[in-house]
Design a protein around this ligand. Sequence first.
Ligand code: FAD
Length: 398
Amino acid sequence: MDVRACDLLVVGGGPAGAAAALAARQAAPELQTLVLDRQRFPRDKACGDGLGPGVVARLADLDAAEIVRGRRPVERLKIVAPSGAEVVGELPAIGESARGYVVPRSEFDDALLTLAQDAGADVWTDSRLEGLDSTHGGPVRVEASGPNGSSVISAKAVIAADGARSDVRRLLGVAYNDPAHTGVAIRAYVERPGGFEHMAFYFKRELLPAYGWVFPIDAQGANVGVMIDAARFRRQERRLPDLLRDFLQSSEHQALDPKRSRAYMLPFASHVPPLVHGRVALVGDAGSMINPFSGEGIAYGMAAGIEAASRAVRAVQSGADDRPFDGFDGWFRERFGEHFRASARAKWLAQRAWIADFGVRAARRRPEFVREGIELLVGEGTALSWRSLARLLLHGRR
Ligand SMILES: Cc1cc2nc3c(=O)[nH]c(=O)nc-3n(C[C@H](O)[C@H](O)[C@H](O)COP(=O)(O)OP(=O)(O)OC[C@H]3O[C@@H](n4cnc5c(N)ncnc54)[C@H](O)[C@@H]3O)c2cc1C
């Protein structure tokens, strides 16, 4: 059996894990960083492939903007109400960037993980974490299996970025989100000569409480999909492929032929579990970091991965590595907690057809409502206060 020791072990090579590994290598090339992923890259991941301005800002932090260079930027987002009325607004600025991109995850994740590897991280793909012992206070002991058999890895700090069904989370005894705080979604790819102009969210009457998206990839096509809360999904009869079919039949997208559909779950940040467990920190979907309104999770996962890595690096460098993630949980809640609470309230409202109609009607008259709505969906907005609700009610009346 292979026995390895490392400073930082990152479990999962998706955007949260790859961002963590890259940040760690950039901050401390002398530390040994190992990434473990059970899949072989490039690999597909069920996703809308939407990279909001938050992702672009994190790529800039990581000096990794090259991943989106030359791709078609998206600068505007459309929201379509149950009545069919629509509003279009600009994407919000986060850092220097007020633009987003739509990049298939098979390409985006592979490019980010490759940068981490080029920066010196050891990357073991096709290698699965099977067991974890973090009970004795010393370095965490991880059992893994891969193409060359079994390994034992001893790590001073572990960043668990192993996704919505995180094995690390389960092994730590942290329950997965219950259906009230989980979404399910299906995506597919469609082609249309000329492509699509904006990123768009559709709150269609015949779909609610599910809602759909169209995210343009290039001049040829888009990623389309439907998302619904898991608790509500269980109570209705339509399966996810039925919802996707109904979405595409009901809209101006009737001629589209969805290909490569794929579904998965989304642990919403309306319930974020304790993130720090001794020498282990949960980030990304493993830590339930998905915006409950939009389903966006990449930006928050990357931000958390980068922050957790920088804390671990400082702890290991100083030799005080028995609590490498001290303060990380509080940092995350402070940074994004209010945004997620406001996004959850906005979703609750948007799932009611008359309120969604009302909101879009108000937004057509007052551009600041469009901006606030978009900031809740793909920014870091916190605008859904009682005061802004009252203003919305005032301006939504005919
Ligand atoms: C249909 C759908 C549409 C979505 N649309 C968007 C969108 O448009 N924009 C957006 O920002 N977010 C979107 N999301 C959410 C987004 O996909 C996630 O938030 C994001 O993938 C989280 O990244 P991550 O790195 O935490 O996890 P993941 O990307 O899931 O990566 C986890 C990695 O861990 C690996 N792994 C798992 N278990 C083990 C193990 N035991 N050992 C080793 N490796 C392991 C997996 O192979 C995987 O590569 C969508 C989600 C769904 C389901």
